[in-house]
Write a protein that binds this ligand. Structure first.
Ligand code: FAD
Ligand code: SF4
Ligand code: SF4
Length: 449
């Protein structure tokens, strides 16, 4: 007679919060709970109502910070041990839904960077993203691919390899001569369906924002705009960090149930990778091209503002002298211009100064302005609101001039000067001028658009 083992039912246990691990992701755990047994505290952390918890583990699986775990009574632990003996230690029970999801996710592999170009010249942000893409591809152990669309743009493949791409997908056709949403979006969607990348990065520029949104809508996936940090978690999810709630917190967003995972990043947020001339890769030429007569938008003429006289590219400047509400009026910005001229730099501003009409929006630094990474950033009469700091905190050297010793800008400043900017800025200008005349230094050429 053979002994039959009675099947043991797996004990469910209850969820609990691991103190100090919650990153206040926006209450994913609360919204995942099918029986409303999670409430959020004022600090944005979960409080599990143990009496209601049915132990479904949904909150544990959904938490990006592994801040929730299951706990079992001693009796349940004993049962769990027996259950594991019957099912094997790795007796993971997965639902059909979970199995289908895992299979779908496994079909997508590779990191893509869309190479934005005008007249065959690539936008610098695309090379910056290849640097970040290479890091992500390294963690995921996949290839980094540059996606190049345009007309007579084959030369960009070699550039992409020099900046770290392992391969390049090239769509070269007259229909792609000028950027238009429909043909470019159709092209990327076609490529996504064919090659199934798991990550797509684009610059948060006019073109990149337009294209990324159109593609994400068609392929039905998530898109995180204006990321300031990108990483990979232990389930191959792209961790997309960006300011949220008006810039008061940094949120890490994940798209764990859809592929590809799409993110845009502003110019100058990521560091420029080293250019290694002569580095090679594989070019994949794709023939997909919509017929010109099927494209509704026609480009009649391209007007360039490159010769505009007052156009200053704050984002590309190596020296920036920025002014805030402490400048008091428009005319006082002349003081900053003098110092910027001595340094061969440009004048930037906080949003308060822009809103007051003292300077144009093109000069605004921060969350809703430009992101900058100059060698030296001099903040004059700027308090250091988080929305300003996210746009300039990666500057090599930050010099802050403020009469309030408690101003938050001093927390990130390399050098802080407590005092009146109306005395300090002219004094600095004089000092730089004197040094230049005694040492005979040339004023560096200003970077203009
Ligand atoms: C959604 C959102 C997006 C935003 N985006 C941006 C953005 O992109 N960029 C941005 O800058 N802001 C942005 N803001 C606004 C931001 O929150 C702040 O209001 C703004 O940065 C404050 O500008 P400020 O530092 O010039 O002015 P204030 O905060 O008023 O600071 C003025 C500073 O000048 C100092 N000061 C005054 N007189 C002198 C003097 N004579 N000498 C020396 N110091 C002096 C004062 O001590 C004070 O610290 C955004 C806000 C929101 C809600
Ligand atoms: S384990 Fe399930 S029931 Fe319990 S708190 Fe988490 S989601 Fe809710
Ligand atoms: S899902 Fe995790 S990180 Fe997000 S609020 Fe809940 S416990 Fe915190």
């Amino acid at each position: 007679m053979t002994e039959t083992t009675k099947p043991i039912k797996k004990p469910h246990g209850k969820a609990r919060h691991i103190e100090g691990k919650c990153v206040a992701c926006g209450a994913r755990c609360e919204s995942s709970c099918p029986v409303d047994s999670i409430e959020m505290s004022d600090a944005g952390e979960p409080v599990v109502l143990t009496v209601k918890c049915i132990g479904c583990e949904k909150c544990v699986k959904v938490c990006p910070a592994a801040a929730l775990e299951m706990f079992y009574t001693p009796e349940e632990l004993e049962l769990l041990r027996k259950w594991e003996a019957q099912h094997g230690a790795a007796g993971e029970e997965i639902s059909e839904e979970e199995r289908a999801l895992r299979e779908m996710l496994a079909r997508y592999r590779g990191v893509w960077v869309f190479i934005e170009q005008y007249d065959g010249e690539a936008a610098k942000v695309s090379w910056e993203l290849l640097g970040t893409g290479a890091d992500l591809a390294g963690i995921l152990d996949v290839e980094l691919c540059a996606v190049i669309i345009g007309h007579q743009v084959g030369h960009l493949c070699d550039e992409a390899f020099a900046y770290g791409a392992d391969k390049a997908i090239l769509l070269d056709n007259p229909v792609y001569l000028n950027y238009r949403t429909q043909p470019y979006s159709d092209a990327i969607c076609h490529l996504v369906e064919k090659h199934r990348p798991e990550v797509i990065l684009m610059g948060a520029t006019g073109q990149g924002r337009d294209l990324a949104g159109a593609v994400a809508t068609v392929v039905k996936t998530g898109l995180t705009a204006d990321c300031t940090g990108l990483g990979i978690d232990d389930r191959r999810n792209l961790m997309q960090t960006r300011p949220a709630f008006g810039g008061n917190i940094m949120a890490t967003i994940m798209c764990d149930k859809f592929r590809p995972q799409m993110a845009t990043v502003r110019p100058h947020v990521m560091a420029m990778p080293e250019r290694r001339a002569g580095r090679t890769g594989t070019v994949i030429r794709e023939g997909f091209a919509p017929r010109e007569e099927d494209v509704l938008v026609k480009v009649i003429e391209v007007l360039s503002d490159r010769d505009g006289k007052d156009q200053v590219d704050v984002a590309a400047a190596e020296f920036i002298v920025s002014g805030g509400r402490g400048l008091m009026n428009k005319e006082n910005f002349a003081l900053l211009q003098e110092l910027a001229d001595e340094l061969g730099g440009v004048v930037g501003a906080s949003r308060s100064a822009v809103d007051a009409g003292w300077i144009s929006h093109g000069r605004q630094v921060g969350q809703t302005g430009k992101t900058v990474r100059p060698k030296i950033y001099i903040a004059c009469g700027i308090s250091g609101a988080i929305q300003h700091m996210v746009g300039m905190q990666d500057s090599d050297v930050i010099i802050a001039i403020n009469r309030d010793p408690e101003a938050p800008i001093f927390q990130i400043a390399t050098y802080g000067i407590v005092g009146d900017l109306f005395q300090l800025v002219p004094a600095l200008t004089r000092r730089v001028r004197d040094l230049r005349s005694t040492r005979g230094c040339e004023v560096p050429e200003r970077v203009a658009v």
